[in-house]
Design a protein around this ligand. Structure first.
Ligand code: GLU
Length: 491
């Protein structure tokens, strides 16, 4: 057992993400992983992945893979873990089961734990009040004062037992959390919790403490649902003579003021967000800000920048409300910062869901979409006119500001048609030059000519890009066909 001796000021920072494999990555858990990772990176320490698979009610197929996949995708690379090993392995809790009982027995020997032989019936009776109603189930410490001989006799007779933590009966326990400050509880309120179960296996709380210590963890980042267990954890560390790690409990991620973000509303998991078209980097950036405030005004951070900037003192204890509007704005910012080539590559599969034609100028399409795309999955309404011209009403040609109506529009389209028929340089520059040349020649306003073109080729009132770009996206043949159709409709 390592004592406090030898722990110098410069102790290497070691953090761990200890997820239970549930089959999906809740946003709150991903945030825990991120903060854990950032603390390790900021301090030049180690980020460890430990799979806590022992308190699972049932095995979820592929659940561990979800954890690996998410961490890899988000760039939260671990230094030690089940797949890559390390000096403190094994890193899967169920593979560590053999060691815990020994530790518990040491606590019995040092007077910090005791054998309890109470059977189920007796324990159940404690949970009932005399009138049959359910009582607060604190163990009544029945076995706490059995004599050494009594204990030995029962052990020899093979009576099933658990090992319980011997909580102090008086006084208080104070623990420090970096986010919540000092928290003090009355020892008399602490249950003599079970450390080792009848089957010889550790309880979750016990395994967690022993694992953290034996893995040399210096900073424990976790959800605040574990705050109430922290005093018991502290008493265990003290009983062993181990150094208590730095605690960083994070407030829950909320859907609104009173409801936690839950898997049921379809927004709670990383996978949901990716399926909705959010960029991994944007999600990570947003999650970093979900309960942590940077010192300056900057809001857009790469993972490397976060590792520099992150500071535990910026973590807030008030619950963080998940704000889809803010996430979308951050996503849009990431999209705007992409190079046109990157954007084109990303958006193409989304466009392809709605556009099957092959003769489309994807480069131009992407360039008009980039400034107005907040989310890749929003692309449908921007491209739904490409494969086939939608049915549209001639009223669309009437635009007050552009001073267009059905008569002016047919006139404009008739003038445009031969010019475009003649045009060989079917590029943004070429079409631009041709249409603006015509505008100059006819001495008309831009909108007088461009609005009808845009309407005829898209059949829509609102489009990404103007008439010129739409013509180039659709290609010459399709553009001409749609303009002819427009003339016909207006005739
Ligand atoms: N396995 C726990 C969970 O997934 C983590 C507890 C901890 O970090 O201490 O909630």
């Amino acid at each position: 057992m390592k004592g406090m001796k030898g722990m110098s000021e410069t102790k290497r920072v070691r953090t761990r993400f200890a997820p239970s494999p549930t089959g999906y990555m809740h946003i709150g858990n991903l945030r825990t992983a991120l903060y854990t990772y950032l603390i390790a990176r900021k301090n030049g320490g180690d980020f460890i992945l430990r799979i806590e698979d022992t308190d699972q009610e049932r095995y979820v197929e592929g659940a561990v893979d979800v954890i690996y996949k998410t961490l890899k995708m988000t760039g939260l690379n671990w230094d030690e873990g089940p797949d890559i090993g390390g000096p403190a392995g094994p890193y899967v809790q169920s593979e560590r089961m053999g060691m815990f009982k020994e530790y518990a027995v040491k606590l019995v020997e040092s007077g910090h734990a005791y054998y309890c032989f109470c059977d189920k019936e007796r324990l159940d009776s404690l949970k009932k009040n005399e009138d049959g109603s359910t009582a607060i189930a604190m163990y009544d410490r029945h076995c706490r004062n059995l004599s050494k001989e009594e204990v030995q006799a029962k052990l020899d007779a093979g009576v099933p037992y658990v090992i319980r933590q011997k909580m102090p009966l008086e006084g208080t326990t104070t623990f420090h959390d970096e986010v919540y400050g000092d928290i003090t509880v009355e020892n008399s309120e602490l249950d003599d919790q079970i450390l080792i179960k009848t089957d010889g296996m550790p309880t979750y709380n016990f395994a967690n403490v022993v694992d953290d210590h034996t893995m040399g963890i210096t900073h424990v980042v976790r959800g605040n649902e574990y705050l109430s267990s922290a005093p018991k954890y502290n008493l265990l560390y003290e009983a062993f003579g181990w150094e208590v790690p730095t605690y960083i409990h994070c407030s829950p991620v909320m859907k609104d003021q009173s409801n936690k973000l839950s898997k049921r509303n379809g927004d709670a998991s990383f996978e949901d967000l990716i399926a909705k078209g959010y960029l991994t980097e944007a999600v990570i950036n947003y999650i970093a800000l979900l309960g942590w405030a940077p010192k300056g005004e900057q809001e857009i951070f790469t993972l490397e920048e976060l590792a520099q900037e992150f500071d535990i003192s910026g973590i807030s204890k008030s619950p963080a409300i998940f704000d889809p509007v803010k996430l979308k704005a951050i996503n849009a910012e990431y999209i705007r910062r992409m190079t046109p080539e990157q954007f084109c590559e990303y958006i193409t599969p989304y466009i392809r869901q709605y556009v099957k034609r092959d003769d489309i100028d994807f480069r131009v399409l992407a360039s008009v979409l980039q400034p107005r795309t907040e989310l890749f999955t929003d692309v449908e309404a921007q491209v739904d006119f490409i494969d086939a011209l939608p049915e549209y009403d001639n009223a669309l040609y009437c635009h007050k500001k552009m001073k267009t109506n059905e008569e002016t529009s047919i006139e404009a389209l008739r003038a445009v048609l031969p010019v475009l028929e003649e045009l060989d340089n079917w590029t943004v520059e070429g079409v631009h030059e041709a249409l603006f040349g015509l505008i100059a020649k006819l001495e008309v306003k831009n909108g007088w000519l461009l609005w009808p073109v845009r309407t005829a080729v898209s059949g829509k009132q609102v489009t990404a890009g103007g008439g010129v770009e739409l013509c180039v996206i659709l290609g010459k043949e399709e553009t001409l066909a749609r303009i002819r159709k427009g003339i016909e409709k207006l005739s």
